[in-house]
Ligand binder design. Structure first.
Ligand SMILES: [Mg+2]
Length: 264
């Protein structure tokens, strides 16, 4: 079969899971090809869900950022953060309502809206995300609670966040702290782990065979799809480049320079 023919039989997907930073925008920078791609999905009524490991913003805050900075007009239903996935999962586990949160105001707000009770001690869960205002006392409380048997859940594994200053500590760095003082492994929700994928696909009400994961980060977006059995589309507009995936056993289903090369 010639490569032309192969191109003609590219599968049509019924739903798209789409990473945000590096895929739809890059920090404060626009990625116009991605904006057009999202518009095409909207015009053709193809379901999509933005799936992000960032647990420091509520769905409403993500929506506002997309609207005001990137001309992308979506509803909250189109956004699925690792915080939302964590709360979906905590509900499914159904082992209690008391949560000790190491996280920022947005996460605390979501924990409460989801019907959980925030406590400082004797929780059923310790839910840990990035907290840029964390104190020793809060880490101590989380550490003691996990030692006493609270279920340790971390929103996402990202150890560093790229900024203009350099790679600053992310949620995963705080997880490493709590792992060190408890010797306990957390359940990690975000990409590349399966919980966020399972939650996202459940929300879309589609079969995983009909869905594709679009992202810029091989280690999170692409491996999340590969491990969960979802096709993947890697774009070279963000973090990972071709050199990063050379020789890897697990390859993306598709690799594109940007989303203008994709037909929905
Ligand atoms: Mg990304």
């Amino acid at each position: 079969m010639s490569s032309d023919q192969e191109e003609n039989i590219i599968k049509k997907y019924k739903g798209y899971l789409i990473d945000l930073d590096g895929t739809v925008y890059k920090g404060a920078e626009r990625i116009p090809t991605a904006e057009i791609f999202v518009k095409e999905l909207q015009d053709k009524n193809i379901p999509f869900l933005f799936v992000t490991n960032n647990a420091t913003k509520t769905a409403t805050e993500v929506k506002e950022n997309l609207l005001h900075n990137f001309q992308i007009d979506v509803t909250e239903d189109h956004i699925y953060t690792s915080a939302m996935a964590a709360l979906d999962h905590l509900k499914e586990l159904n082992i209690g309502k008391k949560v000790l949160v190491v996280g920022e105001a947005s996460l605390k707000q979501e924990v409460q809206s989801a019907g959980f009770e925030m406590v400082d001690k004797d929780p059923d869960f310790v839910l840990q995300a990035l907290d840029r205002g964390v104190t020793y006392q809060q880490l101590e409380a989380a550490c003691l609670a996990i030692q006493k048997g609270a279920t340790f859940v971390a929103t996402n594994p990202d150890t560093n966040l790229p900024t203009e200053k350099g790679f600053i500590p992310g949620a995963g760095a705080l997880t490493a702290f709590l792992k060190a003082c408890t010797q306990k492994e957390p359940l990690i929700i975000g990409k590349p782990y399966p919980t966020i994928m399972a939650g996202a696909i459940k929300r879309m009400q589609l079969d995983k065979e009909d869905v594709i994961m679009v992202g810029d980060n091989y280690n999170t977006d692409i491996l999340a799809g590969v491990h969960y059995g979802v096709d993947t589309l890697m774009v070279l507009t963000g973090f990972s480049q071709l050199v990063d995936i050379e020789g890897k056993d697990e390859q993306p289903t598709y690799i594109l320079n940007d989303l203008s090369e994709w037909e929905v």
